[in-house]
Design a protein around this ligand. Sequence first.
Ligand SMILES: Nc1ncnc2c1ncn2[C@@H]1O[C@H](COP(=O)(O)OP(=O)(O)O)[C@@H](O)[C@H]1O
Ligand SMILES: [Mg+2]
Length: 405
Amino acid sequence: MPTRILAVDDSTVNLTLVSQTLTQAGYQVFTAKSGPEALKRVDEVKPELVILDVMMPEMDGYEVCRQLRQKPATARLPVMMLTAQDTLAEKIKGYEAGADEYVIKPFDPVELQMRIKVLLKRLGAEEPKPDTTTVKAKTIAVFSLRGGVGVSTLAANLAVGLTQLWASPAVLVDLVFTAGQVALMLNLTPRITWSDLAQRPLEEIDADLINQVLLRHPSTVRILAAPRRAEQSELLTPDRVSNILTLLSASYHYLVLDLPHDFSDTTLAGLDRADDIIIVLAPELASVMAASSALEVLQSLGYPKTKIRLALNYTFERHALAREAIESALRQPMNILIPFASDVVIPAINNGNPAVLDKPNSEIGALFEDLAFFTSKEEHRNQRPATPSQAWLRAFNRFQQRQKK
Ligand SMILES: Nc1ncnc2c1ncn2[C@@H]1O[C@H](COP(=O)(O)OP(=O)(O)O)[C@@H](O)[C@H]1O
Ligand SMILES: [Mg+2]
């Protein structure tokens, strides 16, 4: 049974806006256009939450709230105030009248949905959801100690590639808290980000809430975007990051982590959870050195070698170091070779579509698709899907072609 919410506002426009937002979130919405009507409707429909506009001609929201609080039947009914005034005095008035929560107009729909969810949860009105968790995501971390080598490019292409292959959204997690740009690369406004998860008590964060914080790309890939401003990441502790990744991993098949170019505690929280770690390097000296120290640190931290892959990405066209020289310096073969392809990669980013989506038949698009295939879960790789996706068919055909050779 959907949760019943009564929305009260004297303005038809606002009332419609609130109703639509809530209906979209799956609530059953009732409306009232004045204070007295609201009090009557509360008795009739017995809502589980009331959203009250403050400024109404006959009886203002504070008065409605006070009257609700005086009656035993509604004394504990969750009440959220919607107001245009963002002053401390207004806020205090709202709380004195007995409001539980205070939201400023104009509101962001997703933010409103989230606040409602949290409020219902906090006040215990919402039934706990049965745990139907069956998924355990495979987590792929993409990493380099040097920037500009294509970490974000690879992460975005992998996440979109996995989404397309298995026709089920993967989550691209931007862990570059101080300057993450994955959302922008995908042409999405980072309206909601990690910072929306930073300030809530951990016990209020559940899979549903996290879902509402994910941005959606037209490819259906989900993005957990980096905070818009660096200082917003201060509250994102490694524990919190790890908890949130755990929750995500119960709802999605694949998590792809775009990691920052450092070994900070939150980077380690991501690496710790990764099933595969792809270290990206470009064929130039500084990048090879960075890969070498990354490998050394990972080894000293006890990460098994079998988890680690090296991806040599030709981000520039001329004067590349020879692959053999790089392999002998690192004493390891390159597992993945990504060709120079600015003609595909750059226009793709400008469209907000990674190459794997924009040009799946280009050399680099196909390579990203194959790479997504080979980083997939074993149970996915080993079985032909009942209705294979276009991406799966392409990858499978290429695989067969290679076998023939
Ligand atoms: N194979 C490639 N060929 C050409 N340009 C590339 C390639 N891979 C990445 N780039 C470009 O290199 C730049 C840095 O890539 P990005 O993914 O942002 O790196 P990082 O996340 O490591 O800082 C971007 O402009 C990207 O388009
Ligand atoms: Mg990056």
